[in-house]
Design a protein around this ligand. Structure first.
Ligand code: UDP
Length: 253
């Protein structure tokens, strides 16, 4: 019989202080963001974050239906987080479960702080977050891509929301847990911030941190958020630059 590992017997940090994928305690997994990947959505983005692959489509602002959901003074943000059946090792049963409903709610609330919703009364802004491949940290990857897709849809915001997570493995606080670290670590702290105003708009915790560890985790994620925020901007710039060069090409033909 194969013995499954437990928290105490799986070592996640080696003698050199490196993690199971070779990262240092304060290193992110590789992140790649692409903007405008879907023609029929008002805005869209695709993100690869380590082993996560997430696609986001934004529609709106459009008249909210059913009518009783309309808010006469502002837009409502409907984020819908969904995991594809093939996104995880064990087939995920299709359709929303408690986890997806919770994640959709916290992402909607985080985005609501950033978007100038009062400019679009009675409308809804629908944000579809489709997780194609999951490897821990999908909610923050989805939220990070959703912000970019909102900009792509031309929706005015204070700033883009940036998601990041830190956790605890082998008793050490580290940045951005992967799946194995998430499974066998002691804590995970996904959070999201608006860099321009320094507001924390999502903060969840799984497991236990001391007060000091919690502060370290928040600090690690905040530093990483500055870097991720630049990646969001670069992805948007890349889209507009390629559109410009396409137009130039057409003009010279
Ligand atoms: N996961 C899974 N099946 C599920 C839900 C989650 O295999 O039904 C995996 C998936 O890789 C996910 C990870 O567990 O990324 C961590 O899930 P969590 O609920 O902590 O959310 P996340 O870290 O993805 O935001």
């Amino acid at each position: 019989m194969i013995e499954l590992g437990t928290q105490s017997d799986i070592k996640l940090i080696n003698e050199e202080g490196l993690r199971n994928d070779g990262r240092k305690f304060n290193e992110l997994r590789p992140i790649r963001i692409e903007v405008g990947v879907l023609n029929r959505a008002d805005g869209s983005a695709y993100i690869e974050w380590g082993g996560n692959k997430v696609l986001v489509a934004v529609y709106g602002p459009r008249e909210a239906f059913p009518k009783h959901t309309q808010n006469p003074s502002r837009a409502i943000i409907n984020a819908r987080y969904n995991m594809a059946a093939f996104s995880v090792d064990e087939r995920k049963r299709p359709g929303p479960d408690r986890r997806a409903i919770e994640i959709s709610k916290v992402i909607s609330e985080a985005l609501e702080v950033a978007v100038f919703t009062e400019q679009f009364p009675r409308t809804s802004i629908d944000v579809y977050i489709e997780v194609l491949q999951a490897d821990a940290g999908t909610r923050i990857a989805g939220l990070t891509a959703a912000s970019v897709a909102l900009v792509d849809a031309g929706i005015p915001m204070k700033d883009m929301v940036v998601g990041c997570a830190a956790g605890k493995i082998d008793g050490k606080v580290v940045l951005d847990l992967n799946k194995e670290e998430d499974n066998f670590g002691q804590a995970d702290l996904p959070m999201a911030i608006i860099p321009r105003t320094d507001e924390i708009v999502l903060l969840q915790m799984d497991g236990n941190f001391s007060r000091e560890e919690l502060e370290q985790a928040v600090e690690l994620s905040k530093k990483a958020a500055t870097y991720i925020s630049n990646l969001q901007r670069e992805a948007l710039m890349a889209k507009y630059k390629s559109q410009e060069s396409e137009k130039e090409g057409e003009r010279s033909e």
